[in-house]
Design a binder for this molecule. Structure first.
Ligand SMILES: Cc1ncc(COP(=O)(O)O)c(C=O)c1O
Length: 284
């Protein structure tokens, strides 16, 4: 089945979709993006993703090239034309095409691109065995709350993890606190069962999945602390996991070689993941 992409008003075969070489996304990473999970043909937390997209755009003074209703229509159309039930939709908006000059061009039309791809359903047996995480210095800029397409530190961090046989890298600030993963939010469970994740600020992305889990944690009456935690605290945690639209909740069973809990996914992690699964099945 051939994939379909949307580029500036046209639905094209994915393999033939293109943007201009002087697009500012290509030359300066001057743009933003969103990744939305599609479950049984429906977008999960579409509203929250669009709100965050608008916030990222405003931070960069890029004006959405159309009304949100038109954009929602295109998103639905992209999903329909790609003919799958479970996957993701990727939305990217850049400042557009202009002669290469750092300052904003006087005139440019933002470039809007959407692609979609299928992703395989999660298998609980695999999830139970968890994944390894390493820690790395957080070398990013001071506006990580903007979902910018400028992702080089994240790309290098993920590759460092892969080179060391780990799945994700957790980034650590100058004071020794874990900020977040290269494409995920980081969580731990304290020895007495409190859930801990970094508070929102300009140093992390306000993950839509993070925020959904916070709601679920409140509903289930577990204790939550939005605060900094150190690598040492993480290594001594009862459980650890990370969240994102594509990874949902993924248990972490090793951090820098230190085994977390009994080396298998923790029971609270699995309970929360099941609650999230239920939420997704009832979200539309
Ligand atoms: C740096 C970073 N943190 C957190 C997340 C998780 O965000 P969400 O739950 O909205 O997918 C992502 C997702 O791409 C990310 O890139």
């Amino acid at each position: 089945m051939s994939r379909v992409a949307y580029v500036n008003g046209r639905y094209l075969r994915h393999a033939e979709a293109q943007v201009h070489i002087e697009d500012r996304g290509y030359q300066f990473s001057d743009g933003v993006y969103e990744v939305i999970l599609i479950k049984n043909g429906h977008m999960i937390d579409e509203e929250q993703h669009l709100k965050r997209l608008q916030k990222s755009l405003s931070s960069l003074e890029i004006v959405l090239p159309m009304k949100q209703t038109a954009m929602r229509h295109i998103m639905k159309e992209v999903i329909k034309r790609n003919k799958f039930q479970n996957g993701i939709i990727y939305i990217q908006i850049t400042r557009g095409v202009a002669a290469r000059e750092h300052s904003f061009p006087k005139y440019s039309n933002p470039t809007l691109v959407m692609t979609a791809r299928r992703i395989a359903a999660k298998n609980y047996n695999e999830i139970e065995s968890g994944v390894k995480v390493i820690t790395i210095d957080d070398i990013r800029w001071k506006r990580c709350d903007i979902k910018s397409i400028s992702l080089l530190p994240n790309v290098l961090g993920k590759q460092t993890a892969r080179n060391q046989g780990a799945y994700e890298a957790w980034m650590v600030d100058a004071a020794g606190y874990v900020t977040e993963g290269t494409s995920t939010n980081a969580w731990i469970v304290s020895p007495d069962g409190r859930l801990i994740t970094a508070e929102l600020g300009r140093n992390i992305l306000s993950g839509i999945t993070r925020n959904r889990f916070i709601k679920i944690i409140h509903e289930l009456n577990y204790k939550l602390e939005e605060r900094q935690f150190s690598v040492e605290e993480a290594k001594n945690a009862r459980e650890a996991f990370f969240t994102s639209s594509t990874s949902f909740l993924t248990p972490v069973t090793e951090i820098d070689g230190a085994v977390i809990g009994n080396g298998r996914a923790g029971s609270l992690s699995i309970e929360l993941l099941k609650a999230y699964d239920n939420y997704m099945n009832q979200a539309y």
